[in-house]
Design a protein around this ligand. Structure first.
Ligand code: NAD
Length: 245
């Protein structure tokens, strides 16, 4: 909904990925002034539409729309973002169909790089419902020892420096510096921040961090594309869960 430029880029990338994978998609670009009832009516229609396996409402929604009400309206079986409380609860108990795309992408990067999480000190900086919290839970399911840091955490650098695997999801450009990272650590940068010069940068100061890290993801080109890939995976999974063809 609305004209958020970042959202427009994300939606375009998702549409393109669907095309590349051969997944049928429908896009509804609703004007800013659309009412909540109109949005909920559309979600209800898509919940019932048999040729649709997955529904994603690109966040953020405009201020007059209640995000929670919208998320709760999506059929949990079609909730390919895994933001519905039913799916959040399933992730907590470790018996889930969908995992939020960004944390899932981070786990895939770790796995594909041959890194075993078992017994590792994992530090997640950020506790949002869409990244930090589910990220911590997935690392825990992979047998990591997990610490979640946030805006009220004391002595943050002491915590991040203890991490074998450090995930930054803060939303502050270049927030994590090289001197906050343990030698050889795996550093995953979820942040996507647009600087005044229009350039994208992460939450990790790449230049200083890459000198200390054993492995590090770039921004752009690291976690971002993985998020889209995991959305495709969740959609295929949703087709199986819903029995859609
Ligand atoms: P958010 O604003 O909801 O959460 C930020 C978190 O950072 C909060 O939990 C807060 O406690 C913590 N924080 C803020 N200041 C801090 C400080 N000084 N010290 C320690 N912690 C602090 O953000 P979000 O939605 O979780 O997104 C985080 C970043 O990841 C943003 O840059 C966002 O654009 C990016 N993001 C990227 C993708 C992707 O696909 N790569 C997906 C989602 C979000």
């Amino acid at each position: 909904m609305g004209e958020d430029p970042a959202s427009q880029v994300y939606v375009r990338n998702k549409e393109r990925a669907c095309e590349e994978c051969g997944i049928y998609s429908e896009k509804y670009a609703l004007p800013e002034e659309t009412t909540q009832d109109e949005l909920l009516a559309l979600i209800d229609k898509l919940n019932k539409q048999e040729n649709i396996s997955g529904i994603l409402v690109q966040l953020p929604v405009p201020a007059h729309i209640d995000e929670k009400t919208v998320i709760n309206a999506i059929d949990p079986k079609k909730d390919v973002d895994a933001f519905h409380p039913v799916n959040v609860g399933k992730i907590m108990v470790g018996n889930y169909d969908f995992v939020p795309c960004t944390p899932a992408g981070v786990m895939e990067l770790i796995k594909e790089s041959g890194i075993d999480v078992t017994g590792k000190e994992c530090v997640v900086v950020g506790r949002s419902n869409i990244v930090g919290k589910p990220q911590a839970m997935l690392l825990l399911h992979s047998n990591g020892t997990v610490t979640i840091c946030h805006s009220k955490t004391k002595d943050l650098a002491e915590k991040t420096k203890a991490a074998d695997i450090l995930v930054a999801a803060v939303g502050i450009p270049n927030f994590i510096k090289g001197d906050m990272i343990k030698e050889g650590a795996v550093v995953i940068d979820v942040g996507i921040n647009r600087l005044e010069n229009k350039k994208l940068c992460g939450d990790v100061e790449f230049e200083s961090a890459e000198k200390v890290a054993g492995a590090i993801t770039p921004v752009p080109g690291g976690v971002g594309p993985m998020t889209v890939a995991m959305l495709m995976k969740n959609t295929v999974r949703a087709a199986v869960v819903n029995g859609t063809k």
